[in-house]
Design a protein around this ligand. Structure first.
Ligand SMILES: [Zn+2]
Ligand SMILES: [Zn+2]
Length: 130
């Protein structure tokens, strides 16, 4: 799978000792991560996400770019899901495979503010939409 922003191959993120069962895919260039919906659920229970390099959340014009799902074939566009709790955080979610793309910094912001549940609601809403 390639990064939806940089088109570079995503690499397995070395699992942190605190969360040995969580395997994500990360982009070395932009710091983004691809997570399955399952991974997001797991992250809810994790306090320390030190495996994620801390970066700034990209500016709105970058987040507004339409991205293509790195997993699905034929290609599908990812849907923008804005968090009600923090409008700076815009997720890209795939209606088909239910994966979520987090730009560099977003995963940390989500974890720190403790609103993974709110985001999951948004993703569920999106997935239920036809
Ligand atoms: Zn990238
Ligand atoms: Zn997909």
């Amino acid at each position: 799978m390639n990064c939806p922003r940089c088109s570079l191959p995503l690499r397995d993120v070395t699992p942190d000792l605190n969360m040995p069962d969580v395997h994500g895919l990360g982009c070395a260039q932009c710091g983004g991560h691809w997570l399955s919906q399952n991974d997001l659920h797991r992250l809810e229970q994790v306090v320390d996400v030190s495996w994620v390099e801390l970066r700034h959340i990209p500016p709105p014009e970058i987040q507004a770019e339409l991205l293509t799902c790195p997993r699905c074939s034929p290609a599908r566009h990812l849907n923008k899901v804005q968090s009600d709790r923090d409008r700076k955080v815009v997720l890209d979610a795939c209606e088909h495979c239910h994966g979520v793309w987090l730009d560099g910094g977003e995963l940390h912001a989500i974890q720190e503010k403790g609103f993974v549940s709110a985001l999951l609601d948004a993703v569920r809403f999106l997935m239920g939409r036809k």
